[in-house]
Design a protein around this ligand. Structure first.
Ligand code: 5GP
Ligand code: MG
Length: 179
């Protein structure tokens, strides 16, 4: 019971929808408290953050804009591997207060790249709201302003997060079952 199969792997229910929704509402309340009247631009990082951003924005109670970006990965630019660039940001962020909306911060490498890209593009105050964080995996010195839930270093799917493209539609979070 409460176990699902996605492609070749089994996943067990780990965070039910009610807990997710309560945690997302708490983040929205904190954001409402902290940055109302600063006319922020929310930047949802696709694909994973689409569900978190959708629920979060329904509880944001001040005037704001939301836009969507993707990251492109390039091989071979540096000796360390992938270089990720923020693409699709059509709005100017010059002098703008922005809130990056992410699905999960794992090592923090992706978020570090996003933050440096936004700084280069001239953003003013940059805040980060992530649905999940794996604190034990963090390798970068980045500030994460809002975290809905902290989880252990296990692979999860659901609520926007995928396994090989599948599972994003699940309303609960499932953790991989090692066999
Ligand atoms: P980071 O650059 O912080 O190491 O990784 C961030 C990205 O790794 C996330 O945006 C997500 O795509 C992926 N990721 C990290 N942990 C998980 C996980 O447990 N499940 C899924 N589906 N993706 C993950
Ligand atoms: Mg992501």
């Amino acid at each position: 019971m409460n176990t699902i199969q996605i492609l070749d792997k089994k996943f067990a229910l780990s965070i039910p929808e009610v807990e997710i929704q309560a945690a997302v509402r708490k983040v929205a309340e904190a954001i409402n408290h902290d940055i109302a009247n600063t006319n922020p631009l929310f930047i949802c990082v696709l694909n994973g953050a689409f569900m978190f951003a959708g629920d979060l924005m329904k509880s944001i109670n001040f005037p704001c804009e939301i836009t969507f970006v993707k990251l492109s990965s390039y091989e071979g630019f540096t000796t360390t591997g992938n270089v990720k660039e923020v693409i699709g940001l059509s709005e100017s962020v010059v002098g703008r207060n922005v809130v990056v909306v992410e699905d999960i911060v794992d090592t923090g490498i992706t978020m570090e790249r996003i933050l440096s890209s936004l700084k280069t593009k001239g953003a003013n105050e940059i805040r980060v709201a992530t649905f999940l964080q794996k604190p034990d995996a963090l390798q970068r010195d980045i500030t994460i302003d809002y975290v809905a839930m902290r989880i252990p270093n296990d692979f999860i799917v659901g609520y926007g997060l995928d396994y090989d493209g599948y599972g994003r539609n699940l309303k609960d979070i499932y953790t991989v079952v090692e066999e």
